[in-house]
Design a protein around this ligand. Structure first.
Ligand code: ATP
Ligand code: MG
Length: 426
C-alpha cells in the first residue's frame, strides 16, 4: 500500500467544525478594527531573510533558532517565512511611503512560522492578529492600542486576561541599565544556567525573560529598568498609565517584562492568563520608535501588538464552548431527468434572492434525499419532481415543525420561502 503523507509537524489543519469559530472571530475582528479606525494590510508570507535579521535582532530567539529560512534555488536569494508581521508592515510602509500623507493605523491577520517545539498553544505555523500605529509618538496611541485589546476580549466574552506593562525607556537609558544588569549578573555568574550565561554576553536583558525557576532570586534582585528612566521616558509611561486609569483598566507593572524582540523601546505590554497552562501569553506588544530607521526608512515613531489566535480561541472555547454550525436555509431535493435540470434553475433563483442553498448532488431515492435534508440542519426542503419541473414550480416542506408542504410557482418561490422562514408561526 502507498504510504500516506501527513501534515508537517506543528502545522495544523483547521477542519470545518473548527473553522466556524475562526470565521466568527474574523467577523468580530473586522468590525472591531474598523471601530478604532485601523485599516487592513496584507503583506507576503515570504520576505528577504535580511529583513528579519535586521528588524528583530541577531541575538533573539526568533532569529537565532526559530526561522524557516532557505535559499531559493532558482536565484540564490535567502528567503524566510515570516515569523511575525511587524517587520513586514514597516517594510511595506517604507517601500510604499505610506506615512507620506500622515500617520497610519493598520491591522493584519494571518499565519506566522516559527521552528519551535510543538506543544499545546505553541505551533510551527500559528496565526496572529496584530495592529500597528505608525507615525504616532504616544502615549495616547499606546493607550488606544491597549484599550483596543481589552475591547476584543470583551467582544469575545473572554475573562481573566491580565495586562502587564513596563517601559524599556530610550536606548541610552537601556544601555545604562544594561551595564548595571551585566554587573549584577556577573556577580551571580556561577548560579546562571548555560543559556543565561550565553545571553549575558549577547543580550543580557533577555536573561530577565528566562523561564528557569532556579534563576528567580537573581532576576528578582536585578536592577530595574524603571530606575534608569529619564524624565521624558517617565512622563511617557505615566501618561499612558493615567489614560488607562481613567478608562478603569487595571494593569500590573512587571519590571521583568522585556519582550523577546530587540526593536522595542518605551512602552511594552503583554496580556496573560492562567487558563492556558504554560503558554499563558495571549498578546504582546510595544513601541518600536527605532525600527523605521533600522530598516532604512525615514525615522518614525510607532507601536503595535500581536495576539496569538490559537491561544485566543482556546480562551473563547473555555468561556463558552464551540460555535454551532450554521446550516443552509434550504436543502434542495430533486428527482427525475427534467427535475434534475430544473433544480439548477431553482437553486440559482433562490441564491439570487439571498437564500443559502445546499443542492443535493449524487442522486439517490427521494427518501434518502429527505434523510440528508433532515440531517443537514436546513430549515426547509425545497422539492422538485418531474411534476414540479413541468409546471415550473417547486414544493417547500418545513423541516423543523409540522407546517404542511406547499407548492409554489418559481416566481412566487422566493417570497413564499421568506414567509415560511421568517414569519412567526402565530
Ligand atoms: P512566547 O514567549 O510564548 O514564545 P513570544 O514572545 O515569542 O511568545 P510574540 O512574538 O510576542 O510571542 O508573539 C505574539 C503572540 O503570538 C504571543 O503572545 C502568542 O500568543 C503568539 N505566539 C507566539 N509564538 C507562537 C507559537 N509558536 N504558537 C502559537 N502562538 C504563538
Ligand atoms: Mg517565542
Amino acid at each position: 500500500m502507498t504510504q500516506t503523507i501527513q501534515a508537517v509537524r506543528g502545522m495544523n489543519d483547521i477542519l470545518p467544525d473548527d473553522a466556524a469559530l475562526w470565521e466568527r472571530l474574523e467577523e468580530v475582528v473586522r468590525s472591531w478594527a474598523h471601530a478604532y479606525g485601523y485599516r487592513n494590510i496584507r503583506t507576503p508570507l515570504l520576505e528577504h531573510t535580511a529583513l528579519f535579521r535586521r528588524a528583530i535582532g541577531e541575538t533573539t530567539d526568533i532569529v537565532e533558532k526559530e526561522m524557516y529560512s532557505f535559499v531559493d534555488e532558482l536565484n540564490g536569494e535567502s528567503l524566510t517565512l515570516r515569523p511575525e508581521a511587524t517587520a513586514s508592515t514597516v517594510r511595506a510602509a517604507v517601500e510604499h511611503s505610506l506615512l507620506h500623507h500622515g500617520p497610519q493605523r493598520l491591522w493584519y491577520a494571518g499565519p506566522m512560522f516559527r521552528h519551535e517545539r510543538p506543544q499545546k498553544g505553541r505551533y510551527r505555523q500559528f496565526h496572529q492578529i496584530g495592529a500597528e500605529a505608525l507615525g504616532f509618538p504616544g502615549p495616547d496611541v499606546d493607550a488606544e492600542l491597549i484599550l483596543m485589546c481589552a475591547r476584543l476580549w470583551d467582544d469575545l466574552g473572554i475573562e481573566g486576561v491580565r495586562l502587564q506593562l513596563n517601559s524599556l525607556g530610550a536606548p541610552a537609558e537601556r544601555r545604562a541599565h544594561r551595564a548595571a544588569l551585566v554587573a549584577h549578573l556577573e556577580r551571580h555568574a556561577d548560579d546562571l544556567d548555560a543559556d543565561s550565561r550565553r545571553r549575558l554576553a549577547t543580550n543580557p536583558l533577555r536573561v530577565l525573560d528566562s523561564k528557569n525557576p532556579a534563576l528567580r532570586p537573581i532576576i528578582a534582585t536585578a536592577p530595574k529598568l524603571l530606575d534608569h528612566l529619564g524624565a521624558e521616558s517617565l512622563r511617557h509611561f505615566e501618561g499612558l498609565q493615567a489614560i488607562l486609569q481613567d478608562a478603569g483598566l487595571p494593569f500590573e507593572i512587571d519590571h521583568h517584562l522585556v519582550r523577546g524582540l530587540d526593536y522595542y523601546n518605551l512602552t511594552v505590554f503583554e496580556w496573560v492568563t492562567d487558563r492556558l497552562g504554560a503558554q499563558g501569553t495571549v498578546c504582546g506588544g510595544g513601541r518600536y520608535d527605532g525600527l523605521f530607521e533600522q530598516i532604512g526608512g525615514k525615522p518614525a515613531p510607532a507601536i503595535g501588538f500581536a495576539l496569538g489566535v490559537e491561544r485566543l480561541l482556546a480562551l473563547v472555547l473555555d468561556a463558552g464552548g464551540p460555535v454551532p454550525p450554521t446550516p443552509q436555509d434550504v436543502y434542495l431535493v430533486h428527482q427525475g431527468d427534467a427535475a434534475d435540470r430544473f433544480a439548477f434553475v431553482v437553486a440559482e433563483r433562490l441564491r439570487d434572492h439571498g437564500f443559502s442553498v445546499a443542492h443535493h448532488c449524487g442522486g439517490g431515492s427521494f427518501k434518502a434525499q429527505m434523510r440528508r435534508a433532515n440531517a443537514s440542519g436546513a430549515q426547509m426542503a425545497v422539492i422538485v419532481g418531474d411534476d414540479e419541473a413541468a409546471a415550473g414550480a417547486a414544493s417547500v416542506k418545513p423541516l423543523r415543525d409540522e407546517r404542511p408542504q406547499v407548492r409554489l410557482p418559481l416566481d412566487a418561490l422566493p417570497d413564499g420561502l421568506s414567509q415560511l422562514l421568517y414569519a412567526d408561526d402565530s
